[in-house]
Design a protein around this ligand. Structure first.
Ligand SMILES: N[C@@H](CCC(=O)N[C@@H](CS)C(=O)NCC(=O)O)C(=O)O
Length: 354
């Protein structure tokens, strides 16, 4: 299969970590030269996109991986215990959708990171533009910082809280990795693959967060390398058969951050708003863009919860004793993205997250 991707991309890195672990061969190409063809096949121009040999296109890393798990069921990344599996999917969603702002902030707010990354991106994705490289770099910097930092609520007032998100993620992962090599067992699960989105291409590679990780959190640097080097052929899968106590910190962080954002975003989307506000851990974010895709994420989380047995639902609820988490099982907030209504994902026409 062909992966249309970018070497420094969050979700491309997540997908590559999965494909490498599973031993699924792929070739990588950079997508932006032939945009019309990609838009026609996959919907939105985003990465990663997979083009299959049979002409089908796949978008969105989460449904892509869920689908590939059915095609390549050996050495699954989905834990067999339904409660552990649900929690793994929740961690994946937090990694995909909450840590994104923090990762984009480190990349585009710090000058050194911005200069390096704009050069890499200008060379990978803008070579089709008949402009000198310094202009292409300028355009990349202006677009990325404008769209994913300034437009996404990173201000003087929120900046410190945005950065704390990185530390809270590493701190809670570290607790889980004290006794085992991967977050939920002795082999990588979808929780590890999801956390590779922010941790691989952004936090462990962009100069500013990478220095922090390398100097102060080397066990996370080691985990990134471990997941990247994991091979599905060596041994059997081995997941925990219950959610460990050491997951409490990450679950609380998810409740206080990602759940609040999912809720306020869904409410605003339901009212037809384009922007919304939220207060997260005492920090006020204003004028955030409403994301239809994240309403869809909430729908999928609810669906993953709904299919659990009553016992398993109770267990999940007891692991998430935070008022913010009732969003998952209480339909008081409606989630109706109208995205992928006929459930074709990952073979549907995709939309951008922001
Ligand atoms: N939901 C998608 C998100 C993909 C995505 O947003 N990728 C970023 C790069 S990491 C992108 O292509 N953004 C589009 C843009 O910058 O225009 C997934 O999980 O794959």
């Amino acid at each position: 299969m062909k992966v249309w991707g970018v070497s420094v991309s969050y979700y491309t890195g997540k997908l590559e970590a999965y494909l490498r672990y599973k031993g699924i061969p792929y070739e990588m190409e950079h997508p932006f030269a032939d945009q019309a063809r990609i838009r026609d096949g996959a919907g939105a121009i985003q990465v990663p996109i997979i083009e299959r040999d049979d002409g089908r296109w796949m978008s969105d890393s989460t449904p892509i991986i869920r689908h590939l798990e059915t095609e390549f069921p050996e050495r699954t990344v989905l834990p067999s215990d339904p409660v552990v599996r649900f929690i793994a999917l929740l961690i994946e969603d937090y990694a995909d959708e909450w840590l994104w702002r923090c990762a984009m902030h480190y990349r585009w707010s710090y000058e050194h990171d911005r200069e390096l990354l704009s050069r890499i991106l200008a060379d990978e994705i803008t070579t089709h533009l008949p402009l000198p490289r310094f202009v292409r770099r300028y355009l990349v910097k202006r677009r990325q910082r404008g769209r994913f930092v300034i437009n996404d609520g990173v201000t003087e007032g929120t900046r410190e809280h945005v950065e704390i998100g990185y530390f809270n993620a590493m701190r809670s992962m570290l607790t889980m990795l004290e006794d085992r090599p991967y977050l939920l067992g002795n082999t990588p699960s979808i929780a590890d693959i999801g956390m590779m989105g922010p941790m691989l291409r952004h936090f462990s590679q962009d100069p500013t967060p990478a220095a922090i990780m390398r100097n102060d959190w080397p066990a996370i640097t080691e985990w990134v390398a471990r997941v990247w080097n994991a091979h599905a052929t060596a041994g059997e899968t081995s997941f925990l058969d219950e959610v460990p106590d050491d997951a409490a910190a990450i679950l609380q962080e998810i409740a206080e951050t990602h759940m609040v954002q999912l809720k306020e975003n869904a409410i605003a989307h339901g009212r037809g708003q384009l922007r919304f506000e939220m207060s997260v851990q005492g920090c006020d974010y204003k004028n955030l863009p409403v994301s239809r895709y994240r309403v869809y994420c909430l729908e999928r989380l609810r669906e993953a919860f709904d299919i659990l047995s009553t016992d398993h639902k109770e267990k999940v609820m007891s692991l998430l004793p935070y008022p913010e988490c009732s969003l998952i099982w209480d339909p008081a907030v409606s989630a109706n993205s109208n995205y992928d209504v006929d459930r074709q994902a990952p073979f549907n026409k995709s939309i951008n997250v922001l």
